[in-house]
Design a protein around this ligand. Sequence first.
Ligand SMILES: O=C([O-])CC(=O)C(=O)O
Ligand SMILES: [Mg+2]
Length: 235
Amino acid sequence: MAGLVVTGTPRADLAVADALSACGVATVHEAQGRTGLLGSHLGPVWPGARTAGTAVTVTVAPGDNTTIAVAMEQCRPGDVLVVVPTAPCDMGYFGDLLATSAMARGVRGLVIEAGVRDVADLRELGFPVWSKAVSAEGTVKGTLGDVNVPIAIAGQIVEPGDVIVADDDGVVRVGRLKAAEVLAASKAREQKEAGSRARYAAGEIALDVNDMRPLLRKAGIRYVDHATYLKEQQR
Ligand SMILES: O=C([O-])CC(=O)C(=O)O
Ligand SMILES: [Mg+2]
C-alpha cells in the first residue's frame, strides 16, 4: 500500500557529499569499484549543473506529482530529491514552481526517471535537475506514492540518506555508510590521475602511462610495414 512517509531518516555527512562532488561523478564511480552509476538515460536538463547531497527518495504514481509535494515537507537543507514513477510515464512532474519551493528549503537538486518542464526557468534559477525527459505535459494530483523508502531508479537501488553526486557526466549513488571510505578512494584516484596527466602533458601515451604493452603482446598484436602488408594481401 502506497502513502508511506518515513520520517527521521539518518543522512550522510554533507561535508563528505561536498568533497565527493569536487571529485566528480566519473572519479567517484571508478573509486567505488565501478558501481552506483544511474543509467545514462538520466542527463542534466541544463549543461554545467553540478550538485551533491543526501537523498530524499520518492515514488510517484504515473502522471501524478502529489508525492513530490509530500516529500518537500520532509526535505532539509542539503537534500536531493530522487524521484521515480511506479510505472514508466515521462510527463512533466516538476517545473519552476516546485524548484522555487525546493530552493527555499535548501534542496540541492532533483534526479527523476521521468519528465520535467519549465527548463529555461530551471536554468535561470540555477536549480540542477537530471531527468529522463522534458515534457510540457503536466501531471494531476490525488494518488500517493511513498517517501523515504528504498527505491529502484535507473538501474540502481537508492536508500534514503545516501549520497547523490551529479554533474555533466551523470548521477552516482554512494551508500551512506560507505561515503567516507569512497571519498578516501576517490582522493587516491585523483592523485593517481594527476600523475598520469603530467605524463600525458609531457608527451607520453596511454600505452606506457598505463603499462599496456605486455597486455597488447598477450592479446596478439602484430606490427607489419606497408609493403609486407600488400604482399600478404596478394597471397
Ligand atoms: O506545477 C506542476 O505541476 C509542475 C510545474 O510545472 C511547476 O512546478 O512549475
Ligand atoms: Mg510550471
